[in-house]
Write a protein that binds this ligand. Structure first.
Ligand SMILES: CC(C)(COP(=O)(O)OP(=O)(O)OC[C@H]1O[C@@H](n2cnc3c(N)ncnc32)[C@H](O)[C@@H]1OP(=O)(O)O)[C@@H](O)C(=O)NCCC(=O)NCCS
Length: 317
């Protein structure tokens, strides 16, 4: 049977999703997640997608992209920063056909696509805000790190996926003390409400512009306001966290506090608040896709534990 490499066809989505789920078992997706993060991304360019086909079966897939559109709101500075950056969003080969050079060929085609776009630095996964893979999970995907090293990628860092069991979750008693101490300073942690829409947007625009689209998307989608928690001093919003990231209802984060208010346990209180609402709604689990070494300890104090480790990889082109 003939092996051939070909361009993405509009009717490939079903096969790509099925192959993705067979190859990237620790990161399953659905048609909806594929649409949300790939096909509906304004930076999607089908020529960045390559398919390996044996006879009529899809056995490999690679997807690379660059930022062509400075969307969404809040990503203006990233657009400037990423002018010469490209991403290998995902690459996988059916297990029975590995170690035959197919992955290498797909990667070369992806790199050629990026080179033609003027890319000088290639990042694996981690395409904000629509990423699905946070890098290479070396435990779930043995050999993947070696594959990318063989192709000139270097390990840049490491991140952790964190998870928390929400069965019977309750904040610890000392949280009440923190709440009172903060209350004396006029700081309140509570669920988001419409009255605080503009102060929340102002806070995000100033402190975490790339999160603006997450809040806006949630409001447009009509998500329950209890999925978002704010910290405020008077009418000024100084912290924000949320759950449900696209189709992932149990995914918590991002969460952040204005720099001059850090170290007061405001973030911890916001997380407790969010997790309690999740437990009340019957959710059994909460997870963060990606945290660094320092934040990892922070989440551990709240009750999360590291459930995955990813290596972040990139290369010059
Ligand atoms: C990573 C992956 C795409 C590689 O595809 P592949 O077709 O097997 O890769 P190739 O045959 O082109 O391998 C090229 C070289 O990479 C290295 N390599 C590939 N797989 C390896 C493994 N399991 N262990 C060690 N080195 C490996 C080797 O140097 C290999 O050359 P060699 O076979 O002559 O020794 C494939 O293993 C896969 O689909 N894994 C699951 C999905 C995944 O983890 N994707 C990465 C995140 S997007």
């Amino acid at each position: 049977m003939n092996l051939r490499m070909r361009a993405y066809d509009p009717f490939d989505a079903r096969d790509v999703v099925a192959l993705w789920d067979r190859c990237l078992r620790a990161d399953p997706i659905t048609r909806e997640i594929f649409e949300e993060n790939v096909l509906l991304d304004p930076n999607f360019d089908p020529t960045g997608c390559r398919v390996a086909e044996l006879g009529s079966s899809m056995i490999g897939f690679a997807y690379a992209l660059t930022r062509r559109t400075p969307l969404p709101w809040g990503f203006e500075s990233e657009f400037e920063r990423d002018r010469e950056v490209g991403w290998v969003f995902a690459l996988f080969v059916e297990e029975a056909h590995r170690r035959q050079g197919i992955g290498s060929e797909l990667l070369q085609e992806a790199l050629e696509f990026l080179r033609a776009k003027g890319v000088r630095r290639v990042v694996l996964g981690n395409y904000a805000p629509n990423y699905v893979l946070s890098g290479v999970d070396t435990q779930a995907y043995p050999g993947a790190q070696e594959f990318f090293v063989r192709h000139g990628f270097e390990v840049e860092g490491q991140s952790f996926g964190m998870g928390i069991d929400l069965h019977g979750f309750r904040r610890p008693p000392e949280a009440a003390e923190t709440e009172q101490t903060l209350g004396r300073e006029g700081i309140v942690v509570e669920c988001f409400s419409r009255d605080y829409l503009l102060p929340t947007l102002a806070f995000l625009e100033e402190c975490f512009p790339t999160w603006l689209s997450l809040l806006i998307e949630k409001l447009r989608r009509g998500d329950d306001h209890r999925e978002m928690v704010i910290a405020r001093r008077g009418t000024e919003v100084i912290g924000y966290c949320q759950r449900r990231y696209g189709h992932h209802a149990e995914r918590t984060g991002p969460f952040g506090v204005r720099a001059d208010f850090r170290g007061k346990r405001i973030g911890t209180l916001m997380l407790y608040h969010l997790l309690e609402r999740m437990a009340e709604e019957g959710l059994r689990f909460g997870w963060f896709a990606q945290t660094g070494e320092r934040q990892r300890h922070y989440y551990q104090r709240v009750g999360y534990r590291a459930i995955r480790t990813h290596v972040e990889m990139s290369r010059r082109l």
